[in-house]
Design a protein around this ligand. Structure first.
Ligand code: LEU
Length: 456
């Protein structure tokens, strides 16, 4: 299966385990940790949701990450090519490529709206650099964010810039730009989050935030919150989107997939929890709503920066780092499609530009659903989608349906279709038995149960 015979594609392997970890962490750590995790935690009532999310990461996310990296390395192709090739090598139908197709599609849809949200960081960088947050009140911060959303022109501009940046790196080959960028970016982001948490401790509401995040109140937990937590475990680890499978294809044989996956998942979770600890004290200190929604960090953080000594500097740095974190994630979302097109004989530059352009076009519908189309709820005939705009629908469809479904099929494939000797050859002895039992039983049953309670 190792053949790299596909038309004109000669992927260079990551130069070390460290570099793969950096690329994988770069993909995993992004808006999902800093933008999405706090706001969905706020919407889903805090502690119990966080606990379910952590459980999902541990018993479903990590085993699926191991599976995807393993499949990617074994197949050595785009996720679509890999799934087809590995299935064929097992003597099974090439239709398993469908799992790769769904992952590529999910990544494409996510990229389309991810770019719009990532674009928000840029006007915030400008504003922070101008000192615009100094002493800002919560209402004014809310109004500033509202003003941005109300302007389709601004959103479109920043969405275009961000997609351009994504295509730029993708066209040059991921390995090239990524290796150096991510190795200083992640530590810097970490330090900055620690500084923010340090500030949050001075608000006098840190204890309240700790209780909110870590004391589970199961009465606030609904079947839908559990599905959101599960979906987010995949989203935040870049699973079921082809990203880890595509990056796994560039991984050297002698690297331990299990250890690497643990490292990536732990770093990802730490960033999310730090973001939560930085944000919720500010939310409580200023009487903001935890359930505020997608604007949560964009409304709360300027208030925090505005009161901090040196806040203008830290705010600028923070939004720059958030932009970079989103960038290293968006690159990975484009990768499965670009690799697939390359295998079909399209040149890398053309593939990146074409894929990026298509995602950009779809992204325009997200731009509009934040303003001109904010009342347009195309699936309102289904109760679940009442009041959901196109942006909400893309988010729901990818995180809550396509990703869990993709992960379920991946688990079935590695647990039941692939011969255990073959997965053992990639994963090594120590972890294999435990991993195999988990992907055979725990992951599929877990996902099915959560789906069941959401449908009925
Ligand atoms: N893991 C990324 C994030 O948390 C998203 C993924 C779909 C690439 O931002």
């Amino acid at each position: 299966v190792q053949g790299k015979e596909s038309a004109g594609v000669t992927p260079a392997l990551w130069s070390s385990r460290f570099v793969f970890i950096m690329a994988a962490v770069g993909s995993a750590v992004g808006l999902g940790n800093i933008w999405k995790f706090p706001y969905i935690t706020g919407q889903n009532g805090g502690g119990a949701f966080v606990l379910v999310y952590l459980i999902c990461i541990a018993i479903i996310g990590i085993p699926i990450m191991m599976s995807e990296v393993m499949l990617g390395r074994r197949g050595g192709k785009s996720p679509i090519g890999t799934m087809g090739a590995v299935a064929a090598a097992e003597g099974r139908s090439r239709n398993w490529a469908g799992v790769g197709i769904m992952a590529t599609l999910a990544a494409f849809l996510i990229l389309s709206f991810y770019s719009v949200i990532a674009g928000w960081t840029m006007p915030y960088i400008v504003e922070a650099a101008k000192g615009g947050f100094a002493g800002i009140a919560a209402e004014d911060s809310g109004a500033m964010f509202g003003g941005l959303l109300a302007s389709p022109g601004q959103l479109l501009l920043w969405h275009s810039v961000f997609m351009g940046l994504t295509v730029l790196v993708s066209a040059g080959g991921v390995k090239h730009g990524l290796e150096r960028a991510v190795s200083w970016l992640m530590p810097a982001l970490f330090v900055l989050l620690l500084i923010l948490v340090g500030y949050a401790m001075t608000t006098g509401h840190f204890g309240e935030a700790l209780v909110f995040l870590f004391r589970p109140d199961f009465s606030s937990l609904t079947a839908e919150s559990i599905l959101v937590a599960l979906g987010h475990a995949f989203f935040t680890l870049s699973l079921a989107s082809g990203a880890m499978m595509a990056y796994g294809a560039y991984l050297k044989k002698d690297v331990s997939i299990a250890r690497t996956s643990f490292t990536v998942a732990i770093m990802d979770v730490c960033v999310a929890l730090l973001a939560g600890l930085a944000i919720f004290p500010v939310v409580f200190a200023h009487g903001l709503q935890p359930g505020e929604g997608p604007g949560l960090i964009f409304v709360t953080l300027p208030v925090a920066f505005g009161q901090m000594p040196g806040g203008g500097f830290f705010a600028t740095l923070f939004f720059v780092l958030l932009l970079f974190a989103a960038w290293t994630s968006s690159i990975s979302m484009l990768e499965s499609l670009v690799r697939f097109l390359e295998e079909k004989g399209v040149g890398r530059v053309k593939a990146a530009v074409g894929g990026g352009l298509a995602a950009w076009l779809v992204g325009i519908t997200t731009v509009l659903s934040l303003n001109l189309w904010s009342d347009f709820a195309p699936l309102a005939m289904f109760e679940r989608f009442e009041g959901k705009t196109l942006f909400d629908i893309y988010d729901y469809l990818t995180a809550n349906i396509m990703m869990p479904l993709g992960a379920l099929l991946t688990a079935i494939f590695v647990g039941w279709v692939m011969k255990p000797e073959h997965s053992a050859a990639e994963l090594g002895g120590q972890w294999h038995a435990l991993w195999h039992a988990v992907v055979r039983y725990v992951t599929p049953i877990g996902v099915l149960v959560i789906f069941y309670f959401n449908l009925f």
